[in-house]
Write a protein that binds this ligand. Structure first.
Ligand code: FES
Length: 179
């Protein structure tokens, strides 16, 4: 179940933006993913209250949106870090060191290296989680930091990515062969 968000309130400007997005679709429900993304971008995660608010806005039942939130890994039902490190653990990455990489990253950040669950550093800065195939099996192991994509990730390259998370306020969407 999603985490609760006491005093949840959608700012009027965000609601206006969401109303505008909905007009782009022939049926309100077709805007579901866009509305969920807008809420997550603003609040950082999708709380029970956010999902119920979106359902009312889209004239759906909350279960219709829970189905999306639990299916798509880009949605988070609890607060996550400013930076989300996703380490692929599907076959090619698994045989090329994904678990070694996950272990290293978790140890470096003081997280449990044996946990397969999503974990966030106590300062709320970095979340580490496993992901399924990120569609770059030929350059395994791969990882993402928010929208930035990293291939052939060694422990040293992962250290550089973590360093960037500490020093850099932003991430980019382009592929990053070298950090
Ligand atoms: S198995 Fe990791 S990108 Fe496909």
């Amino acid at each position: 179940m999603p985490e609760s968000h006491p005093n949840f309130e959608v700012p009027s400007q965000l609601e206006a933006e969401i109303d505008e997005v909905i007009t782009h679709y022939p049926e309100k429900r077709s805007a579901s993913l866009m509305v969920l993304h807008a809420l997550q971008d603003h609040f950082g995660f999708l709380s029970k209250e956010a999902i119920e608010w979106a359902a009312q806005k889209l004239e759906l039942q909350p279960i219709n949106l829970y189905e999306l939130v639990t299916f798509y890994p880009m949605f988070h039902e609890e607060p996550v870090g400013t930076y989300i490190l996703k380490i692929c653990r599907t076959l090619s990455c698994a045989v090329n060191g994904a678990h070694r990489l996950h272990h290293h990253v978790c140890e470096r950040l003081g997280l449990d290296p044996n946990s397969h669950a999503s974990q966030t550093t106590p300062d709320g800065r970095i979340t580490v989680e496993y992901a399924e195939c990120l569609a770059s099996c030929g350059t395994a192991p791969v990882m993402m930091c928010n929208a930035a994509f990293y291939e052939n990730v060694s422990n040293e390259k992962a250290d550089d990515v973590i360093e960037e998370c500490g020093n850099n306020g932003d991430t980019e969407t382009e592929n990053k062969e070298d950090v």
